[in-house]
Design a protein around this ligand. Structure first.
Ligand SMILES: O=c1ccn([C@H]2C[C@H](O)[C@@H](COP(=O)(O)OP(=O)(O)OP(=O)(O)O)O2)c(=O)[nH]1
Length: 316
């Protein structure tokens, strides 16, 4: 593995990692700043920074976040995924290979980099990473400023007989570059489409309950049509409004949850009314029973009174 000094020579003399962010490219190799805490060159690795951010599902060739039009800064919402290319191009001769890892400060924010891997001898171009926000909060990425990978270089025991660049010769293809539309859209904006699925289940549940209890199909269809209208709107306006979309979707989600809670309360109120009705019926039958008993007693008393009265005869 190359140490900071050899790494620095590879970077500054052979342009193995180039360009460098900020004014690092203008510093002389013997500048002490290379060995400071903030240097992109660390004891045995070099930091790679955000280049462009590509957002899956971006419609239209001119939309920010799509092919050849990556964002230079982006706030990645929880559960969302993007492709990030590196600001630096990594150009290795046949004598060197590399390994790239996510910086641990990214992992502590809940960022998962899906494709850590190796860099072939002969590779030339930016690297790219598929990134998912598994954390609880949005995470911002800014071009040139935020580190997105940590690269280590290795010197091979002998030069590769066919470095990557020669294997591409005559194919008309290049080693890896910025992603095209097909590669960007192979990803889902939401990790495993999870938000979509959860929302569908919540809506289905709300729909069923409301229909059962209050014949509220109207409310649900209204809710669904608002949702569909909104999704349609988002499809036509593209995902440059992704954050706004996320916010509104959260709101729709909350509404759906509120709906379910209202339905639960309605169910409970129905059960309470049933209880009160049963109690009233019971009280009514008891009162009725008592009244009947009293009537019967009064009738019996009248009868006794009549039969015990002395009979007076009138004699002519
Ligand atoms: O996280 C990574 C790892 C590698 N690479 C670059 C450098 C590497 O030389 C090239 C190919 O990597 P790998 O051989 O791992 O991927 P593959 O799927 O086999 O690529 P390909 O089909 O282009 O050979 O992609 C990246 O951009 N990001």
């Amino acid at each position: 593995m190359l140490s900071d000094k050899t790494l620095l020579t590879q970077v500054l003399v052979n342009k193995a990692v180039h360009p460098l962010p900020g004014d690092w490219g203008q510093k002389a190799p013997n500048d002490e700043a290379w060995f400071s805490k903030d240097s992109p060159v660390q004891p045995s690795s070099i930091d790679l920074h955000v280049g462009y951010i590509y957002v899956p599902g971006t419609k239209g060739p001119c939309r920010m976040g799509g092919e050849r039009n990556g964002h230079t800064s982006y706030e990645l919402s929880p559960g969302h995924s993007v492709i990030v290319s590196t600001f630096e191009r990594v150009t290795l001769s046949g004598q060197f290979g590399g390994l790239v890892f996510p910086p641990s400060r990214l992992s502590s924010k809940g960022i998962l980099v899906a494709n850590i891997g190796h860099i072939d001898p002969g590779h030339s171009g930016p690297l790219r990473f598929t990134i998912i926000n598994m954390g609880a909060r949005p995470v911002s990425f800014v071009r040139e400023k935020d580190a997105v990978g940590t690269l280590m270089l290795f010197e091979l025991d002998s030069e590769s007989s066919r470095p990557l660049s020669t294997r591409f010769a005559g194919t008309g293809e290049k080693t890896r570059d910025e992603p095209n539309a097909e590669e960007i859209d192979a990803l889902a904006l939401y990790f495993a489409g999870i938000e979509e699925r959860v929302r569908e289940v919540a809506l289905r549940q709300a729909n069923r309950r409301v229909r059962n209890i209050a014949g509220g199909a109207f409310i649900v269809s209204l809710f669904v049509s608002v949702l569909l209208g909104y999704v349609g709107l988002m499809l036509t306006t593209g995902s440059s409004l992704a954050q706004k979309q996320f916010y509104l979707e959260e709101k729709l989600f909350d509404l759906s949850k509120e709906n379910i809670s209202l339905v639960n309360r309605l169910e409970q109120a129905n059960r309470d009314i049933e209880d009160v009705r049963a109690k009233l019926n019971q009280n009514f039958s008891e009162i009725r029973g008592r009244a009947d008993g009293r009537d019967r007693k009064l009738e019996a008393d009248d009868l006794t009174e009549e039969t015990s009265m002395p009979v007076t005869r009138t004699e002519n």
